[in-house]
Design a protein around this ligand. Structure first.
Ligand code: TXA
Ligand code: MG
Length: 312
């Protein structure tokens, strides 16, 4: 069932049920993080291996501190600047965090999401919410209540409808290495935004990544997705194919396409990316084609999702 009833969502979560929640990044599939059965159920519905840990969503910085064992100066700075918002911290967990949440790791990933309905919901609960993206593992993340309802709606208590997610890609995940900020997953808060604060940023390369969920193939569309250098050229060189193009700006290509932004605005492309991938999947055609994205700002997170979707 879909609706906007926060009180209903809260009582279902208190009763140990699963509820899909809106965030500014993507919809999450939420459970009471302290309820073992509810969290186990969450792994089952998502078809997620239990070695892939879950993000803890908190109502306040005070609460986040309760569930972590260390709170570096830079965590405080980032939290004050971006929370509620699209950045998550990997930090040593406190003993209050169940092992099932962290897949046995001594570290937990934690954030305060920025969506009025979900903030209202969190304020009504006396426990944090474990919430991975509300999709089946390895499929495209949901950015609307309908995306969730049409895939896993029948398996969960409620979909709290908060409209379309306005950031559209998942949160940035960082850890704190001495005085540096290590980016483990590119996301809604950009490197540039962190560097503007005068902080030192390092990118953790794929092979050394500490987040087990960073599987190479992820966010996969059903049709193969190809990242090409130039759409026109690819179309000319592959006359026998029936492609559908994801476009960053208006173009007259004479093939099926989904427009992600009218004029290459990166934030618009991010916000419409996953819905665009779903739409392309439902269209007639045998391959989804898209050009490489500009490697700046949120373009980096977009590139990351596209590379994973393209990996076969
Ligand atoms: O924007 C977001 O972060 C969304 C919304 C719903 O908040 N959530 C989200 O969750 O993207 P999920 O589960 O789809 O991705 C979380 C990532 C996974 O790659 C997981 O492996 C990693 O974070 N992760 C979570 N807890 C971790 C931990 N304790 N140690 C290492 N990696 C962790
Ligand atoms: Mg996910």
């Amino acid at each position: 069932m879909i609706g906007t009833d926060v009180v209903k969502a809260a009582s279902l979560l208190i009763a140990g049920k699963l509820v899909a929640i809106p965030t500014e990044t993507v919809y999450g599939l939420a459970a009471n993080a302290l309820n073992h059965e509810a969290v186990s159920q969450l792994y089952t519905v998502k078809n997620r291996p239990q070695f892939n840990p879950l993000i803890l969503h908190c109502a306040s910085i005070e609460e986040a501190k309760k569930y972590t064992r260390k709170w570096p100066k830079n965590a405080e700075l980032l939290a004050q600047t971006f929370w509620p918002g699209s950045i998550s911290f990997l930090l040593p967990k406190s003993s209050l965090v169940p092992d099932l949440i962290t897949a046995g790791s001594q570290n937990v990933v934690i954030r305060i999401p920025n969506h009025p309905l979900t903030l209202d919901l969190l304020a009504k609960l006396d426990f944090p919410l474990a919430a991975p993206s509300a999709n089946i593992s390895n499929t495209v993340s949901p950015t609307s209540a309908l995306h969730v309802d049409s895939t896993i709606g029948h398996q969960i208590g409620y979909v709290l409808d908060g409209g379309t997610c306005f950031v559209g890609v998942e949160s940035t995940i960082v850890s704190f290495e001495n005085d540096q900020i290590a980016i483990l997953r590119e996301g809604g808060v950009t490197q540039e935004q962190i560097m503007e604060m005068g902080l030192d940023v390092i990118e953790i390369k794929q092979h050394t990544i500490q987040t087990p969920g960073q599987l190479k193939k992820h966010y996969a569309t059903k049709k193969p997705l190809l990242i090409v250098d130039n759409l026109e050229q690819w179309i000319n060189e592959n006359p026998h194919k029936k492609p559908i193009a994801l476009l960053y700006e208006e173009k007259n290509l004479k093939i099926a396409n989904v427009l992600l932004s009218k004029s290459y605005v990166l934030s618009e492309i991010a916000a419409s990316l996953f819905a665009g991938m779903r739409k392309a999947d439902q269209t007639d055609g045998d391959v989804i084609i898209i050009e490489k994205i500009q490697q700046k700002g949120i373009g980096r997170a977009i590139a990351d999702r596209l590379n994973r979707a393209a990996a076969r």
